[in-house]
Every structure is written in structure tokens, then in C-alpha cells.
Ligand binder design. Structure first.
Ligand SMILES: [Cu+2]
Length: 285
């Protein structure tokens, strides 16, 4: 019993510890070469470059340091967004040596990932900072020359789409990227009006006929019923003539006789039809 109690207590302690992960400053990363640094605590730096000048830079134009936060709380001011960086736009002089201190304020994994850098200097054109759970990691790069806007985002599934997107302008930049929270319109705009949104009209393919909207028929008129009605209407004058001067009993008797005759004729026709359609095996040699 004592053993069971201590095991339970240990489990409670462990789970409490797991749910409230403490903020971790990842400042002792292992250097794996080629600007790739990481530790066992879920922190990573890729594309670190502290000293190689990108082509077209004669010297380091400026040395800057920024602290960037990522977290759910920064998305509260952006309707429909789940996560955001605390800043959505950064501007720097070309050839700036930039150190980014990336702080993850959430208990999940986030990244500050920059794209489109020269590939001869940055593996796959990326500079990448990553922290799992609350913590901080720092990395340094040297920005290229020229006026260019670079995408910064978190590459975890759906994190960018849900708001973790920013732009970094070197020099004058090269325009704005879409769907930057608070800066540019979303590519797919959400509608928060109470009224029903208008139906989505997809652009028609070349040569395709416009899709017809199916007309909903009243359910009480079925095809079978319609056929019955037509037959009834056609037979009415004939039946009216036949039934003239007959009693109800006579009408019923005559009708039954007529129906029997009709079924006989119908079955004869059907048999003949089947004989025509079905292959006669006996005729084969
Ligand atoms: Cu993320």
C-alpha cells in the first residue's frame, strides 16, 4: 500500500512538472558545423553566419540586435488568428549583421524562419531559429545587399496560416507580402458578419458548360404517379362509355375482367420481347 501511494505521488509530481514547463534559455547549443547549432532541449539555429560577407557587401554596414516574441497572446488583436509574432515587420540596412533573440512564449514548438537568402551562404536559403516550449534561442546572420522583402514565418503545420507570418525588409524592400497580420489583407478573407455569406462561385473552366442548379421537385408527385394519372386520363372516355347504364357490381366485375385481359396481353408481349432480347443458346452449333 505504501508503495502504491508513493508511485501515485510520483506520477502526480511528474505530470505537474510536465504541464508547467519552465522557461528555458538555450544558450549552450552544440555546434554541428555549417551554421547548424542545437541542444537536446528542443532549440535549434540553422544558417548562422557571423563573419562571411554576402556577395555585393563590401563591409558590415551596421550591427543590430532584436528580440522577437512568438505566441498565442500576440494574435489576440488579429481576429481569426491563433498565433503571431509581437512584430510583423522589420527593416534593416543592406549588409547588416543581425542577431535575433527569439523568445517562444507558448508551450508548443515555434520557429522564426527567414527565406530567400543567398543559397551559397545559407543552406536552402534559410536562416532558422526554433524553440520547443517556452524558451529563448539566439542566432546571427548577415543580411544580403539590395532592396528585398524576405518572408519570416513559423513552418509548423498551419502556424503561418494561423498568423505566424512577418516580413523583413532589407533597404527599401520589394513590396509587401500577402496575409501579414495587421499589414496586408489575407489571401482568404474570413467573414465575421452574422449574415450568411454569398455562395462561392468557382471560375468556370474553359469550354465547360455552366453548372445547372438542380430544381427540387415536390416530393408528392413521383414519376410513377404521373404515369398512372396519364393512363387514367386517356382511358377515361373509353371507360365512361363502357360503364354507361351498368350497376356498381357490374362495373367492378367488368373492370376485373378488363384488367385480366390487359395482364394477359401484357405478359404475351413481355414473353415475346424477352425471346427477342435474350440469346437463344439452342440455335448455336
Ligand atoms: Cu509555430
Amino acid at each position: 500500500m505504501d508503495k502504491l501511494f508513493s508511485i501515485t505521488a510520483l506520477m502526480i509530481l511528474l505530470s505537474a512538472n510536465a504541464s508547467a514547463k519552465e522557461f528555458e534559455k538555450h544558450d549552450a547549443l552544440m555546434n554541428h558545423g555549417d551554421g547548424h547549432l542545437m541542444d537536446m532541449g528542443g532549440a535549434m539555429v540553422m544558417g548562422q553566419n557571423t563573419d562571411t560577407l554576402p556577395g555585393g557587401c563590401d563591409e558590415i554596414a551596421a550591427t543590430k540586435e532584436i528580440t522577437v516574441h512568438a505566441g498565442h497572446k500576440y494574435a489576440e488583436k488579429f481576429p481569426g488568428r491563433m498565433w503571431a509574432f509581437d512584430t510583423q515587420e522589420y527593416k534593416f540596412e543592406p549588409c547588416t549583421k543581425l542577431t535575433v533573440h527569439f523568445v517562444n512564449d507558448d508551450s508548443i514548438r515555434h520557429q522564426w524562419m527567414m527565406h530567400g537568402l543567398p543559397k551559397y551562404l545559407y543552406p536552402r536559403g534559410m536562416f532558422h531559429l526554433e524553440v520547443s516550449g517556452p524558451g529563448e534561442v539566439s542566432g546571427t546572420l548577415i543580411l544580403p545587399p539590395g532592396n528585398q522583402t524576405y518572408l519570416v514565418h513559423c513552418d509548423m503545420a498551419q502556424h503561418m496560416e494561423k498568423g505566424l507570418k512577418a516580413q523583413l525588409k532589407v533597404g527599401k524592400g520589394s513590396g509587401d507580402l500577402p496575409s501579414i497580420p495587421g499589414i496586408t489583407a489575407n489571401i482568404i478573407e474570413d467573414d465575421y458578419n452574422e449574415a450568411m455569406p454569398p455562395p462561392v462561385v468557382l471560375p468556370a473552366k474553359a469550354g465547360a458548360t455552366p453548372a445547372k442548379v438542380a430544381e427540387i421537385e415536390p416530393a408528392f408527385i413521383s414519376a410513377t404517379m404521373l404515369i398512372g394519372l396519364v393512363i387514367g386520363l386517356l382511358l377515361m372516355p373509353f371507360l365512361a362509355r363502357q360503364f354507361k347504364g351498368m350497376s356498381v357490381a357490374e362495373i367492378v366485375a367488368y373492370s376485373v375482367e378488363l384488367l385480366g385481359l390487359l395482364f394477359n396481353k401484357l405478359s404475351t408481349v413481355l414473353v415475346a420481347l424477352f425471346k427477342l432480347i435474350l440469346p437463344n443458346k439452342t440455335k448455336h452449333p
